[in-house]
Design a protein around this ligand. Structure first.
Ligand code: HEM
Length: 342
């Protein structure tokens, strides 16, 4: 098994994900790049729940072995948790009045609630009232990447869980797939993320699928409200998409692979799609409209190996994992993640 340690502590493993062992990470106190956040540390649970990362990985392996599609769903889950009220598991809270984040329009199609709850139950059995749901979401996202042949980067833990969840926050803070580059940079910058985080994290769309309803109007049938196809979309690719997503189907849930050449392998395919005008969302294509994001996309699309992307991804996920976190005495550690918000 080939292993290489990069400065940002990204571990590359050459064997297939299903048989790759978990890697042990350094003790608490190891610092990841960027501005550290008080209360977050790699190995935060080394004393209180040393087996937590193994437990999460074992559960993730079992989920992915049963259903390949759940890995990408859980990666997206962390994005939706962190961009809204910070990484505090507020996405898990349930609102009786249907006014929680779960009920918001951008949460449409989001999956992984049950899996996070199942992992939490396993972790609770081993370490009662110790590990937050927010940390479980971050660890599950990392393992989703790893189990798709991506890097197994070190994850800071120590987050605590929030008690509030509002659909309006999700509506305001999550970028729609119709976003242009200015919108995207704004959505990210208000959360402390820069253009590099944007272009690197968008690379997550190298795995997983999207439902026709999230892109068909914008790209196939009503680009710019003109009842036409997006002229920037590759014609052959668009013809294939039109067969999958028929016009006029309301809430079309048909799933379409975002990186058709390798939909469950975490690789550079996404960047090749963007350069080749075969990415799915306007927000993906929009990365070509800024000189910095475009240069990154083009470099990654031409790269011979994913090393630089993997190293950048570890940094960007760390940055996202630091958004508005609750640590120390703030927030709570609760027994179940899907508690009532109201
Ligand atoms: C930059 C702005 C982004 C926009 C506009 C966006 C939008 C979307 C949309 C509309 C979907 C399809 C959902 C569905 O049909 O069920 C999707 C899927 C996905 N997104 Fe994003 N996303 C963005 C950034 C991110 C980030 C930062 C991550 C992870 C860190 C991410 C990870 C994923 C994954 C893995 C999927 C596939 C989910 C699945 O297969 O169930 N996205 N995204």
């Amino acid at each position: 098994m080939a292993m290489r340690l990069l400065p940002v502590v990204v571990v590359f493993v050459a064997a297939t994900a299903s048989c790759r062992p978990a890697m042990a990470f350094p003790a608490t106190g190891m610092q990841l790049p960027g501005l550290p956040v008080a209360g977050l540390a790699v190995g935060f649970y080394n004393e209180s729940c040393p087996q937590v990362e193994e437990l999460v990985l074992a559960e993730m392996r079992a989920f992915v072995a049963k259903d390949w599609t759940i890995g990408p769903a859980l990666l997206r889950f962390m994005f939706h948790d962190c961009l809204v009220r910070g990484c505090d598991a507020s996405i898990m809270l349930v609102s009786q009045n249907k006014t929680g984040e779960r009920d918001a329009f951008p949460s449409y199609g989001l999956r992984g609630y049950d899996e996070i709850e199942q992992i939490k139950a396993k972790v609770e059995a081993a370490c009662p009232l110790t590990v937050s749901c927010a940390d479980i979401i971050a660890l599950a996202a990392r393992d989703a990447v790893f189990l798709s042949n991506g890097p197994r980067y070190a994850v800071e833990t120590g987050r605590r869980d929030g008690k509030m969840s509002f659909n309006i926050d999700a509506n305001n803070d999550l970028p729609p797939p119709s976003s242009n580059i200015v919108d995207l940079k704004t959505y990210f910058s208000v959360k402390g993320l820069g253009w590099k985080d944007l272009v690197v994290l968008s690379g997550s769309h190298t795995i997983g699928r999207a439902q026709c309803s999230t892109f068909a109007a914008d790209r196939l049938y009503n680009f710019s409200g003109k009842l036409e196809q997006d002229p920037s979309l590759n014609k052959t690719y668009a013809a294939g998409l039109r067969e999958l997503c028929e016009p006029g189907v309301v809430n079309d849930t048909t799933p379409v692979a975002m990186d058709p050449s390798s939909p469950y392998t975490f690789d550079l395919g996404y960047y090749r799609d963007v350069v080749g005008n075969t990415s799915l969302f306007l927000s993906d294509q929009a990365l070509m409209d800024d000189r910095w994001t475009r240069a990154y996309v083009e470099r990654m699309a031409a790269a011979a190996s994913p090393g630089e992307f993997f190293a950048d991804y570890a940094v960007a996920m760390t940055n996202m994992g630091r958004i508005e976190v609750l640590t120390g005495d703030n927030g709570e550690i609760r027994k179940t993640c899907a508690a009532q918000a109201d």
